[in-house]
Design a protein around this ligand. Structure first.
Ligand code: ZN
Length: 226
């Protein structure tokens, strides 16, 4: 049984679902995307995504006209396996078509690009043996790309990354709810102070980089919260 947090882009709220591994992901259709496919190699009991990422996958699947095998999608940041500001930790990204021929993959890449369903489709030269597409939130805090700025009252899956990382490092931000409230703010300010960062309670480029460098791939800790 997985606890699935879904950021609803229409209502600006986080919804909670409980689903079995063989059930469909919320906002998908039967046979399109199972919980087990979305989590890939993540062993976390709690996973998260966004409604518009799920809807884009369904529309991409319809456009393609057949199954799109998903090798990897979600990971908790401390589980690692992707880049430092990977959209996989935000639950907005898919790595698909691992077992396909290069020709089929380039057709899917072109379809994903032309569909306008995705914010980013990775070029073949970066990921030749799979296709990566995602519905990241923009603009990024750092000029080279990555996560958006977070501050008090932000609501999205990037706040889940922040809360997960602060908890993992022992700065208690409480339950994972995806809402940047007073408890998240307080633990962030403590983190910024301890790390010699500007204590502004805002997650901008430098704070994101510091956090990601410290947490990505470090593993579950005693203070991790599910
Ligand atoms: Zn990817």
């Amino acid at each position: 049984m997985a606890k699935i947090l879904v950021y609803n882009n229409n209502t600006n709220r986080i919804e909670t679902y409980y689903r079995k591994e063989n059930d469909n992901m919320p906002y998908t259709e039967r046979g399109y995307l199972k919980v087990a496919e979305f989590r890939g190699s993540s062993k976390s009991s709690t996973i998260w995504t966004t409604k518009n990422s799920m809807e884009s996958f369904v529309r991409q699947r319809k456009l393609w006209g057949g199954p799109i095998p998903v090798g990897y999608a979600f990971k908790r940041p401390w589980e690692g396996g992707h880049g430092k500001q990977s959209q996989h930790y935000a639950g907005t990204a898919f790595d698909v078509a691992q077992g396909w021929s290069n020709l089929q993959r380039s057709k899917l890449r072109a379809s994903a690009k032309n569909s306008g369903l995705w914010v980013y489709v990775e070029p073949a030269k970066l990921t030749p043996t799979w296709v990566h597409f995602d519905r990241r939130q923009t603009p990024p805090a750092c000029s080279g790309g990555g996560y958006p700025v977070l501050k008090l009252k932000s609501v999205n899956t990037y706040v889940l990354i922040l809360q997960d990382e602060l908890n993992n490092l022992g700065y208690s931000s409480g339950a994972l709810d995806g809402i940047f409230g007073p408890k998240t703010l307080n633990s962030l300010r403590q983190y910024q102070q301890k790390n010699g960062l500007k204590v502004d309670g805002i997650v901008g480029c430098v704070t994101w980089r510091t956090l990601q460098n410290e947490v990505v791939g470090r593993g579950r800790s005693q203070t991790t919260v599910d």
